[in-house]
Each structure stands twice: as structure tokens, then as C-alpha cells.
Design a protein around this ligand. Structure first.
Ligand SMILES: [Zn+2]
Length: 340
């Protein structure tokens, strides 16, 4: 029988097709060191998806041999836009295409289903919280601040102050992808100001995301390299292939990633003057690439991040570790802070 004082929290990372789950104990140790995945059934609507989350909880508890009676809280994260309390945006969200999701309180529904307190974060905020705690450790984490940028289909962000996610009044703090960054000196001659799905032009996500490559950067760069192999591939497919070309040193791909690095560096420069964090974290596909390419990209980002001398002496740019597990782990850390 387990130690009677022992308690755990569970982290559930909800994605479009799969859930990933983890367990964190009261001593701050993760009880699983790998992905514990199961189908999320998000496309089948809220009812099946909440059931799937409840199953993911049971599954990870069974795997770790933890009875449900020792679970104090559950952390949940999903892709956005979702309110700070876990209500899916009323106008819908890309990841929650089924109409029943619009305005659905996923946090509240899971809490009623499992009878345990559920704490919600969006996926980027959960990953930011994990990066922060993994980097600083549990004691120093509470004294430090960080800003995270995660480059994927979009550009996710998170701001952590004194170990806690800054949520904002409407739960929209840390939406770093939709911060305008200066485009002068970033865009090439004749390159149109890139547009973002959010309606803004020239924000960080319009350049530094897979969507930005597909919609904005690749069309421009293919016009400059009309004989490039990628010109013969549909643009949506070609966009996903750019990273591989970058790893091989292809000039078109390097041009695209240089623009992305510049956008991220400018975003970090804004952060330097806004919250002046201890660490700037970078995560996503481009930094999970071959090491030589990852290092090249990180160096370009550093080069375009303008820090004052005092900042440069104390601050660092680092990678988001274990990105595939960061959502579940960050959700668990968030849940554990409600128990302590
Ligand atoms: Zn935007």
C-alpha cells in the first residue's frame, strides 16, 4: 500500500488526434518518462472527447500503479483559442471544428466527469511552464521569469513570472504570435508584408510558423528561385519539406529560416523591453531538426535578439526540452501548484 501521505497530480495534454498523459508526485518527480498516448476523439465532438480524457486519466494511473484516491488535481491543456477557464472560443477554433465545441466549457465538463479539480492552460502556456520548471528546478523556478516561443503550424507563446503563467484579464496574455514585429530589413525587395490568420499583417506568426512559410515566405522565395525543386510540389506539401532542405544547406530554405530567426529575435527584443525575462525559450520543429541546423538557427535568433549589456550578462536563450511531453508535464506542474 502506498504511503498514506503520498499524493499525485495528473497532466492531460489534449491534441487534435491524441491525448498524452503524465503523473507528477508530491516530491516533484514525474512517474512516467515517455509518452502515454491514446486517441482524443476531438473531431467527434465534446462528449466523446471528454470521455476519452477520462480514459486517458485512468490509463496513466493504471500504468503507474497509482489509485485514484491519491490524485489531488488534474491539469488539462488544449490548443487555443480557449478562455483562461477552459471555454472553447465561441467563434470556434481550428482544432475544434465540430460545431458542438463552440463555447464549450471543456475544463468544467472534465471536472464534473471525473470528480476532481481540473486546472486549465492552453498548450503553449503549459509547454512554457514546463520549460521554465525544467530549466530552473522547483526552487529557483519561483524566483525566475521566462518567455517561450513555440514554432509549429502557428506560433505559440507563454510568459512565466515567478514560476507562474501570466494569464491576463481575458486569458490572452502570452499570445506572442500576434505581436507585431518590425518588417523593415526583414522582408526582401518586393516581398509583400505577410498576413496572419488572425487578421494582422506583419506579426510574428505571419513569418515564424509553418502557415507563414506556406502562405507568405515560400511563394516569395520560389519567385526568386523559379527553378527550385519545391516549385514543382503543391505549396502545402512544399512548406513541410523546407526544413529538410534547410538541413542540407539549400539557399532558398536558409533564406526562409533566416527571416524566421529574425522575426523571433525581434520578438525576443520586444520581450526584453517588456518583461526582461531571465530566459528566452525556443521550441518547435525547427529546433528539433538536425543538431548542426538547430545550432545555426539558434545562433541566428541570438544574433537578432538585441539585449542591453546588463541583460546579455545574465540572460540566456535556450531550447524547450522534451517538447512532445511538455504540454502534459506543464499541465501537471500547474495542477501541483494548486495543491501545495
Ligand atoms: Zn496573428
Amino acid at each position: 500500500m502506498a504511503d498514506p501521505g503520498r499524493w499525485v497530480v495528473v497532466g492531460l495534454d489534449n491534441g487534435g488526434t491524441t491525448n498524452n498523459a503524465t503523473v507528477l508526485d508530491g516530491d516533484g518527480q514525474f512517474l512516467v518518462d515517455h509518452m502515454v498516448e491514446s486517441p482524443s476523439y476531438v473531431k467527434d465532438g465534446p462528449e466523446k472527447a471528454v470521455e476519452a480524457l477520462a480514459r486517458a486519466l485512468d490509463q496513466v494511473l493504471e500504468l503507474t500503479g497509482m489509485p485514484r484516491s491519491v490524485v489531488r488535481a488534474v491539469g488539462l491543456d488544449t490548443p487555443g483559442p480557449v478562455s483562461a477557464d477552459g471555454v472553447i472560443a465561441a467563434q470556434g477554433a481550428t482544432n475544434f471544428a465540430n460545431a458542438d465545441w463552440c463555447g464549450f466549457d471543456v475544463r468544467g465538463a472534465l471536472e464534473s466527469r471525473i470528480g476532481l479539480p481540473v486546472l486549465y492552460n492552453n498548450d503553449a502556456n503549459a509547454a512554457a511552464l514546463y520549460a521554465h520548471h525544467a530549466y530552473f528546478g522547483p526552487v529557483r523556478a519561483e524566483e525566475r521569469s521566462s518567455v517561450s516561443v513555440i514554432v509549429g503550424t502557428g506560433l505559440g507563446g507563454g510568459v512565466v513570472e515567478s514560476g507562474r503563467v501570466v494569464r491576463g484579464a481575458a486569458g490572452m496574455a502570452g499570445e506572442l504570435g500576434h505581436v507585431w514585429v518590425p518588417m523593415d530589413g526583414l522582408l526582401g525587395p518586393g516581398q509583400p508584408v505577410p498576413a496572419c490568420n488572425c487578421g494582422l499583417s506583419g506579426d510574428a506568426e505571419s513569418v515564424a510558423s509553418l502557415t507563414g512559410i506556406e502562405k507568405n515566405l515560400l511563394p516569395h522565395w520560389l519567385a526568386r528561385f523559379p527553378d527550385h525543386e519545391l516549385a514543382r510540389v503543391p505549396v502545402g506539401v512544399a512548406a513541410k519539406l523546407v526544413r529538410g532542405y534547410g538541413e542540407a544547406g539549400d539557399p532558398l530554405a536558409l533564406g526562409i529560416f533566416e527571416q524566421q530567426a529574425m522575426a523571433i529575435g525581434r520578438l525576443f527584443t520586444i520581450a526584453a523591453n517588456f518583461t526582461d525575462p531571465d530566459v528566452y525559450f525556443l521550441g518547435g520543429g525547427v529546433v528539433e531538426a538536425a543538431p548542426h541546423f538547430r545550432d545555426w538557427f539558434l545562433e541566428r535568433v541570438r544574433e537578432h535578439t538585441v539585449l542591453r549589456e546588463e541583460q546579455a550578462q545574465t540572460e540566456a536563450i535556450a531550447l524547450v526540452p522534451d517538447l512532445d511531453m511538455a504540454g502534459a508535464r506543464g499541465s501537471a506542474i500547474a495542477a501541483s501548484t494548486t495543491v501545495r
